[in-house]
Design a binder for this molecule. Structure first.
Ligand code: FAD
Ligand code: DLZ
Ligand code: SF4
Length: 507
């Protein structure tokens, strides 16, 4: 008899550890534990989602004949951590044999590596690219670019391929995407599910145990089992996929989801499988229901970006998250934890994060990420924030996006140039600036958009590193064409904003 460990983000019936076990003899171990619920101050909706999904999954396993040994968060006998719970169950069932699927985070891989038990750790084959395949693809490349990786994945799974060629004759249809969106009261929001009794119990538990964590627990409406997660997927395919591409980069006041899927939580805990989501999207296209630019853009996010960032996380090892290539040291401004801000764009992105534990990609990258980078925040604080506040946040996917793509703290492994912009980009892609206290057209001085002054300040501060980058040369030429007086005015204004942030004053 052996123990089969199932972690909170391994809620898939086809999990390799379950496949290697015998349901009539072996014992499944699942544990709600404080160590996992508090390694960062998770948003209450994230904790509730994971715990409720774990409870539903345990029920499902029992219905299917498994013997499940389940620890609840408030179990007085609990040791409070997964390793402790595994040892306790091993002692109780008098066995030292454990089978598990590789954890998706270095922190846990490390903890399990020195257990006084016989642990068989299997590959996590829910991902579409194995560690070996990523290593083979990446090992002799000077730079790792997602676009080339993505093409390999399209070929490997024959997704959106016709006679060996990409469907529609091109790999990427982003040219047709990236448009501004119009407010639309009739736009469908992601599928919402009323909490059942199990979820209600979890919500109460989380409210009692984590009253101070940033984020609102009210209005919880996420799917917590596979069947509802599948409904959420079909809902997205039916109502939002068609317009996904065009509005992918757009941002609108009080429209947190636009045509995004909000499927990341389900993918990340294993309620949905990435391949089934990609295939379902392709079928919508083949059936003539949705345009190619939307389907290709959507599939690229999952088959391309999601697998690519996982490859980066495992290739570069536990040290990856500690990098700080730009040597930034500032604190994370208090507005990130809900303090007042006069910046409409930050208020919108952080406000919806507080309410829904969700912001879409461009809000994460070009609003909160962009601002933290321009404000010179220590990437460790930024990383901790993203890992805490989003319901889909697990380190393997969050860290390469934050440390790499958003903060350039890996020195350019994920991104070929830093994702920074002035207010002009935000104004182009959103309607935020119209109601903002700041003026997006003002370049310096009181009332100027903070993104405007911080943007030039960032380029100026990091000219050694970036002025030779061909993709940034134009910006440096523009800066050098400004008069010295104007440059000084901009840099002084940036200093004032940074001072205020540093002193905790409202910006
Ligand atoms: P959609 O826009 O509908 O996209 C479909 C799916 O594609 C997503 O569900 C997701 O699984 C995948 N996807 C899209 N972009 C990415 C990407 N860049 N990397 C990996 N997968 C992607 N994603 C997470 O799942 N967890 C995180 O903790 C996370 N942290 C991020 C932090 C920063 C700073 C940034 C810039 C991005 C982060 N992302 C993260 C990526 C992306 O923002 C989210 O996957 C996406 O916003 C989830 O919303 P959605 O399901 O509506 O996505
Ligand atoms: C995120 C999370 C939370 C909040 N709680 C638990 C838990 O109580 N028990 C558990 O097994 N997993 C939990 N998780 C998910 C783990 O943190 C996740 O498995 C690791 O971060 C590896 O990705
Ligand atoms: Fe954001 Fe600047 Fe626009 Fe205000 S003016 S919403 S701070 S980009």
């Amino acid at each position: 008899m052996k123990l089969v460990l199932v972690l909170g983000d391994q809620l898939s019936e086809g999990l390799s550890a379950l496949m290697a076990a015998n349901r009539t003899e072996d014992i499944v171990v699942m544990a709600e534990v404080m160590s996992e619920a508090s390694y960062v101050p998770h948003h209450p909706k994230k904790i509730a989602f994971v715990l409720s999904a774990m409870r539903h999954f345990a029920e499902r396993l029992r219905e299917n004949g498994w013997n499940v040994s389940y620890t609840r968060l408030d179990d007085p006998e609990s040791t409070g951590c997964i390793v402790g719970e595994l040892l306790r169950r091993a002692d109780h069932f008098r066995t030292s044999k454990v089978v598990m699927t590789e954890p998706s985070e270095w922190r846990l891989i490390d903890e399990f590596s020195s257990l006084p038990l016989q642990v068989e750790c299997l590959e996590d084959d829910r991902f579409l690219c194995s560690h070996k395949e990523f290593e083979d693809w990446s090992k002799n490349r000077k730079s790792l670019r997602m676009e080339f990786f993505y093409r390999e994945m399209r070929r490997k799974y024959s997704i959106l391929m016709d006679d060996g060629q990409p469907t529609g004759g091109k790999w990427n249809f982003d040219h047709d995407n990236r448009k501004k969106a119009q407010p639309d009261l009739f736009r469908q929001i992601p599928h919402a599910i009323d909490p059942d009794l199990i979820t209600k119990g979890v919500l109460e538990l989380v409210e009692n145990h984590f009253p101070k964590n940033f984020g609102k627990i009210g209005g919880f409406n996420l799917a917590v089992d596979r069947s509802d997660a599948l409904s959420a997927m079909h809902h997205f395919m039916r109502y939002s996929l068609a317009d996904f591409g065009e509005t992918q980069d757009a941002m609108l006041i009080d429209d947190p989801f636009l045509n995004h899927s909000f499927l990341s939580p389900y993918l990340n805990v294993g309620l949905l499988n990435p391949l089934e989501v990609c295939r379902a999207a392709e079928t919508e296209y083949r059936n003539g229901n949705v345009p190619l630019n939307s389907v290709e853009g959507f599939i690229r996010q999952i088959l391309g970006w999601r697998e690519f960032v996982r490859g980066i996380y495992f290739k570069f090892g536990p040290e990856y998250i500690k990098q700080n290539a730009l040597q930034h040291t500032a604190q994370l401004p208090s507005m990130y934890w809900g303090a007042k801000t006069k910046m409409e764009c930050m208020d919108q992105a952080i406000g919806q994060t507080e309410s829904h534990a969700y912001a879409h990609h461009i809000q994460r990258l070009m609003i909160t990420g962009n601002f933290a980078l321009l404000a010179g925040v220590d990437p460790q604080f930024v990383h901790e924030w993203y890992l805490s506040v989003y319901v889909d946040a697990f380190e393997w996917v969050e860290a390469p996006n934050t440390i790499g793509m958003s903060q350039f703290a890996d020195g350019g492994v994920v991104a070929s140039k830093p994702y920074v912009s002035s207010g002009a980009y935000i104004n182009r892609m959103s309607n935020y600036c119209k109601t903002c206290s700041y003026s997006v057209s003002q370049k310096a001085g009181d009332g100027a958009c903070p993104f405007n002054v911080l943007y030039w300040n960032f380029l100026h501060q990091h000219r050694e590193m970036f002025s030779k980058n061909p993709r940034m040369a134009q910006m440096y030429r523009t800066w050098s064409n400004f008069s010295e007086e104007h440059q000084k005015h901009v840099l002084d204004s940036a200093d004032e904003v940074l001072q205020k942030l540093n002193l905790g004053e409202i910006v």
